[in-house]
Design a protein around this ligand. Structure first.
Ligand code: MG
Length: 382
């Protein structure tokens, strides 16, 4: 056996090692623009690498998840959120004998289309784009990977495989899109299904962590959250009361991630063992999702999510930042609509092809938080 594993061998390994309902690389429906296969990387490994090397991926570092970055260097941004989500997805995929590279690629891409300032920015952009087709971050992610990234001379975008694009798109498309959009079945692949929930596990837990660290949430408030209280009891068995409260909270979060991941693996594993879908396409033709929590954990997770919505995402301090951010995005959009020649040359060049509103929305959506704030300040002071 050679020391170097070829792509063909890697593909054969997948067929032997993964479950029959996993999405194998060799069975990909391929890319919009035909390309030669790589000597040793599989199609999905290559997708993942292209995403990590994209400009949009690097900008995630300066985009907010919940807190604005200048409030402290310890809080999550979209890049750290994405990395936490992707490692959860890899554990889920590996343990369920699914395609780890595909799940990882989907999670690494899933937030590329977010505007600066998280959902506050997205809402405003959707509003001001009402007459021009609206704005949605999943659609924008697909626009970035299919159209807006320009690293390759032979095609627009990153030319990712059908399966990674299916996972990014999630629910089918009601929009016009420059490249043919994957036809989504009843469900996407199992890798895409688990990517969705890995994203959710990541943000629920790190938002709890950031919420406590910032003082916007108090540990006392959390005693009303059943899942938190249960994990806290588990942790208390292992540590006496003398340990530092911050370390205790951190251990509760460790236990919580582990609990959610374990429940998801076991519940999904049972469902797959019972149904034994014959192929990845049989999964796509199934009405319900296989990747899910037990009823009990699902309900408890919902309660935790509602708590975070009420106590953190709607917290007056967060709402105030959101309102200011929304104002900046709306201000930028109006300014560029009124004076499109003020846009940088690379955007001006795209106006005839995309139409003014869409080109401006692409430009603003691509901004980092700090760049959007600086641009907004510049035009306010002008
Ligand atoms: Mg996310």
């Amino acid at each position: 056996m050679s020391a170097v594993r070829s792509r063909e061998e890697a593909e054969r390994d997948e067929v032997e090692r993964l479950a029959p309902y996993a999405q194998c690389s060799a069975a990909t429906r391929g890319r919009v623009h035909a390309e030669d296969e790589h000597a040793y990387r599989t199609a999905f490994a290559r997708d993942r690498d292209r995403i990590v090397h994209s400009r949009a991926f690097r900008r995630l570092q300066y985009k907010t998840q919940v807190f604005v970055p200048h409030e402290g260097d310890h809080y999550r941004n979209r890049l750290s959120h994405t990395l936490e989500g992707s490692q959860i997805a890899r554990t889920l995929a590996r343990t369920l004998r699914l395609n780890e590279n595909l799940a990882e690629a989907i999670v690494l891409a899933h937030d590329l289309g977010h505007t600066p300032f998280g959902h506050a920015g997205e809402r405003v952009l959707d509003e001001v784009m009402t007459d021009d087709g609206g704005f949605d971050h999943n659609r924008q992610t697909l626009r970035i990977v299919d159209w807006l990234e320009d690293r390759y001379p032979d095609f627009r975008g990153l030319n990712l495989t059908w399966e990674t694009r299916e996972g990014i798109l999630k629910h089918g498309s009601r929009w016009t899109h420059p490249v043919s959009v994957p036809e989504i079945g009843h469900q996407p692949s199992l890798e895409a299904q688990l990517a969705d929930l890995a994203d959710e596990i990541a943000y629920l837990n790190h938002d709890l962590d950031d919420g406590l660290r910032s003082g916007l949430l108090q540990a006392g408030q959390l005693s009303e959250v059943a899942l938190w209280a249960e994990m806290r009891e588990r942790v208390a068995v292992r540590f006496d009361e003398s340990i530092d409260p911050a370390a205790q909270d951190a251990q509760v979060i460790v236990a919580l991630i582990n609990h959610l991941v374990t429940d998801l693996i076991e519940t999904t594993g049972h469902a797959l063992d019972r149904a034994l879908p014959a192929t990845a396409d049989a999964v796509r033709e199934t009405q319900g999702r296989f990747v899910k929590y037990s009823t009990e954990t699902g309900n408890l997770k919902r309660q935790l999510k509602e708590f975070l919505y009420d106590s953190l995402y709607q917290h007056p301090a967060v709402a105030e930042v959101s309102a200011r951010s929304a104002e900046a995005i709306a201000g930028l959009f109006k300014y560029y609509r009124d004076a499109p020649r003020e846009l940088p040359d690379h955007v001006v060049a795209r106006l005839p092809e995309e139409g003014e509103a869409r080109a401006i929305a692409d430009y603003i959506a691509g901004m980092t938080d700090r760049f959007a704030l600086a641009e907004h300040k510049k035009l306010r002071d002008a």
